[in-house]
Ligand binder design. Sequence first.
Ligand code: SAM
Ligand code: MD0
Ligand code: SF4
Length: 364
Amino acid sequence: MGMIHTTAILNKALNRVILSEAEILHLLQLSDSVLRQQLFATARLQRQRYFGNKVFMYGFVYFSTYCRNNCVFCYYRKTNSEPARYRKSIGEIVEIASSLAESGVHLIDLTMGEDPKFLANGPVGYRELINIVKEVKKATNLPIMISPGLVPKDVLQELKVAGADWYACYQETHSRNLFHSLRLQQSYDERWSAKVFAKTIGLLVEEGLLVGVGNSDRDTVHSLLEMKKLGAEQVRTMTFVPQKGTPLYGSKTNENVQEINIIAVMRLLFPDRLIPASLDVEGVAGLKERLNAGANVVTSIIPPESGLMGVSQSTLDISEGYRTVKGVMPILKECSLMPATSEEYKSWLNERLGADARGAALCE
Ligand code: SAM
Ligand code: MD0
Ligand code: SF4
């Protein structure tokens, strides 16, 4: 057992042999530092095989912090009076996105709370949202990710036509009871089927796991298998950060061991997919650890003085300008990594879409 067992599992993963649930659980639960380092080294080797030393950088534009929902973990839940909420104008959004594009990001992530102005205002609201995507595309010509929460299928379709490439919508957990205790009064199935539908119309999909909120390691194994079923092109995990003014504020701050192990296991189970290292959990100080666990996308890059906030770290490292392409460059270097070119990112997207379409055709 111990070292020999772990090495055997890692060798299987390197050879892309499908791991059993017990083997995945074993890797997720590694706590010995030597064995964890072995896991991370294997994850880096897999990343190197599929992506070389190139990483992608995502600009984050949280353009509205109004929300109709009441997710228990979230700072921006409807009933929290703490956040100073804002809604950026279309002009401001385009300007911020353009400055991000100029700074060298590969993608613009347009994120909002489930703002009723856009989602509960009939066709007028949807039209405005669609227009934001159109204008940002026109101004930057970069790939666009939309993170607007749950939106109707026909609107997703129109968002795609307007220039969206990715739909990000995180289930957080794939255990229904836990889902309902986190995303209060939301439908598990609607959230899931929005992603399934998005894939059928050629949107790339990002799925996400929130950890440190009552999930067991077995729940995590189940989630990873569900993510595989979905065929998400990008998979992420973030440690829960307790938020002022919310029910879980008093709970102890979680250590990041779970998240870091999951990032590495994701790299082994989804070697050719994108896996973020989010600056929104531990800021720049946590970037190296996430990259060294096999992540290959730096997310939550936010221009200083834009007045924009992060989600789980609303202000950390932003005004100092650390959450920028320039700010993270020294860390990439320390990890022997470098940013890809925009062309490399776009060609990855095209190849992925092509492979997905061939896969879908085979299933018919
Ligand atoms: N409102 C949209 C939605 O919920 O899909 C888009 C916002 S999305 C960027 C919000 C994501 O950030 C959540 O799905 C969750 O995974 C993550 N998040 C929110 N609050 C968090 C917290 N306190 N700690 C860690 N992650 C958090
Ligand atoms: C991030 N703060 O990448 C962002 C956000 C939404 N698509 C992403 C959670 O960490
Ligand atoms: Fe709203 Fe999204 Fe926060 Fe839930 S996670 S409260 S939907 S902003």
